[in-house]
Write a protein that binds this ligand. Structure first.
Ligand SMILES: Cc1cc2nc3c(=O)[nH]c(=O)nc-3n(C[C@H](O)[C@H](O)[C@H](O)COP(=O)(O)O)c2cc1C
Length: 173
């Protein structure tokens, strides 16, 4: 099985997780980068106006992967904008894909992700795995946005989250 992981990360969490999962799956790993420095203001504007920012290294052709596994943060209930151009590519490239995220979760879940992925790619992912940071915090801690935004996953978290993703994909790949 030939798998490509594609990750975008603003503060490092999703890249660290993608790297670990790619290693376990012996997958190629493509890291999405932007030519312009990303700012908080840019995040908000992208989300409000549904902008698709320019990214580097957009492949001309995906090649013959059996699965493309995306990782990106969730911003304002949506998939982070730098991954949008890649999701759009799936409209012209058939094949299976999955989406995983280490998100914040301070406002509860992100219920619109499935319909967003459907809309952007034209089909459903084989798996949508939203892993909130709140699930890594002590049970008695009422996590606020500032706590989840400041949280950087460590080796122990990465191991736990990698196992969760592999488990979720087990019967599908
Ligand atoms: C502007 C902004 C908006 C966010 N909105 C959400 C949200 O709607 N839902 C959520 O679960 N997490 C949200 N988060 C939290 C991030 O998804 C979370 O911190 C993630 O782990 C960051 O990933 P990264 O380190 O790969 O950039 C938001 C973070 C930022 C900076």
């Amino acid at each position: 099985m030939k798998i490509l992981t594609v990750s975008y990360s603003f503060t490092g969490n999703n890249e660290a997780l993608a790297k670990s999962v790619a290693k376990e799956l012996a997958a190629e790993h493509l890291i999405v980068t932007e030519p312009k420095t990303r700012t908080m203001g840019g995040i908000v504007l992208d989300m409000l106006f549904n902008r698709t920012p320019k990214v580097q290294s957009l492949p001309n052709k995906w090649g013959d992967y059996d699965l493309i596994l995306f990782f990106a943060p969730i911003w304002m209930g949506q998939v982070a904008s730098p991954i949008r151009a890649y999701l759009k590519e799936l409209r012209v490239n058939s094949g299976r894909y999955a989406f995983a995220s280490i998100s914040g979760g301070a406002d509860g879940g992100n219920p619109k992700l499935m319909s967003e992925l459907n809309k952007r790619t034209g089909r459903e992912p084989i798996a949508l795995i939203d892993l909130p940071i709140t699930s890594l915090l002590p049970q008695d801690q009422q996590a606020a946005r500032k706590d989840t935004s400041a949280y950087r996953i460590d080796e122990k978290d990465i191991k736990k989250l990698t196992d969760t993703i592999l488990q979720a994909l087990k019967d599908k790949i």
